[in-house]
Design a protein around this ligand. Structure first.
Ligand SMILES: Nc1nc2c(ncn2[C@@H]2O[C@H](COP(=O)(O)OP(=O)(O)OP(=O)(O)O)[C@@H](O)[C@H]2O)c(=O)[nH]1
Length: 326
């Protein structure tokens, strides 16, 4: 479809952009549904049979400006060329694919990949044993797999956030969404617990990419809500999938989790068909501006964004009533 066609279509459909027009009506008018295939299903409902094969290719300790130390894990996979990440709080969380012994590698190679136990210090020679703490890794000699003794250090379900990339909210100080605030809050809570994981997925703009999200913002300024804007651009309301997150969590041995989210679709999606990951508890992410405290994103745009999430995307959020006479 040419640019002229899209522009023409948008202006033909502009009169039906109104807060009173439902997502379904809008989608029908455009011949689309949630995932654009006309079958009435949202893309999140289409759970994949097979998870991507993920491999953690490097891990490093990052001291942070916020206090807690994190271990950043960078993943490759067999489905896309993107660098998905796991931001891990807690030294005991071990990526199976990272620690697996590789043919011919030296202890120095392992330390450089981040496949070590304890802390790296100048002059350290052995990745698999930390003389300072006495910690040692154990391997299955036949397969080279790390033997992880379940529950030896952390027995509770781990606090997890599955975050989708949002350049505008995380880096460009955008007050159109609460993504940056959610990211910071997740890190704060995990820092307090001393344990947790933010899976950072490279699916910008609910999977449509930054360029398309910027177009969606212009449509929002022209009167569309966030769902209508995606549909007008001929994208599903939500183009994301969460099999990558499931695969990364399984690789990290995080099968029992408490998930920070308001989005019920995310719970279904991360558990997947085979329920390799169990969401034991949903931990709500209440916008800070709604908690009565200080801070938090506050703008006309973010209020509309959150309202659309509640009214059209089924998010489990309710704004506290404004109290009067106090
Ligand atoms: N297309 C589009 N994407 C947006 C918009 N605002 C934010 N996003 C993207 O939405 C994603 C953030 O969604 P999340 O906060 O991870 O997830 P969620 O489904 O809203 O659910 P929660 O876990 O409750 O926050 C990021 O990829 C953002 O870039 C928008 O107006 N349009």
């Amino acid at each position: 479809m040419t640019h002229e066609h899209i522009t023409q279509d948008i202006f033909e459909t502009m009169p039906i952009i109104s807060p009173t027009v439902s997502n379904e009506e809008q989608a029908r008018a455009l011949g689309l549904d949630g995932d654009g295939d006309g079958d009435g299903n949202s893309s999140l409902r289409l759970l994949p049979d097979v998870l991507p094969a993920v491999q953690c290719i490097a891990r490093a300790r990052i001291p942070t400006t916020q206090g807690p130390e994190i271990f950043l894990h960078l993943y490759s996979n067999d489905m896309d060329k993107k660098e998905h990440l796991a931001i891990v709080f807690g030294e005991d969380v071990r990526s199976r694919s990272l620690y697996r012994r590789r043919a011919g590698e030296t202890q120095a190679d392992r330390m450089i990949r981040g496949a070590y136990v304890g802390k790296l210090t100048p002059g350290r020679r052995d990745a698999d044993r930390d003389a300072a703490t006495g910690a040692a890794l154990r391997f299955d000699e036949a397969t080279g797999d790390l033997v992880v003794e379940a529950g030896t250090t952390w027995t509770q379900p781990t606090l997890v956030r599955i975050h989708s990339e949002c350049y505008t909210g995380e880096t460009a100080w955008s007050a159109r969404c609460d993504c940056g605030e959610q990211f910071d809050e997740a890190g704060r809570l995990m820092g307090l617990e001393g344990h947790g994981c933010i899976v950072y997925l490279r699916q910008e703009g609910r999977g449509i990419g930054l360029g398309e999200k910027l177009k969606a913002y212009n449509l929002q300024d022209l009167g569309a809500d966030t769902v209508q804007a995606n549909l007008l651009l001929r994208h599903p309301a939500d183009k994301r999938s969460f099999g990558m997150a499931t695969a990364i969590l399984v690789d990290l041995g995080l099968a029992d989790i408490r998930l920070l989210t308001n989005n019920p679709d995310k719970i279904i999606a991360v558990e997947g068909k085979r329920r390799l990951v169990h969401v034991r508890e949903r931990v709500p992410m209440v916008p800070l501006a709604w908690t009565g405290g200080t801070g938090g994103v506050s703008s006309r745009e973010v209020e509309g964004y959150l309202r659309t999430k509640v009214e059209k995307m089924g998010h489990l959020l309710s704004k506290p009533a404004v109290r009067t006479g106090e």
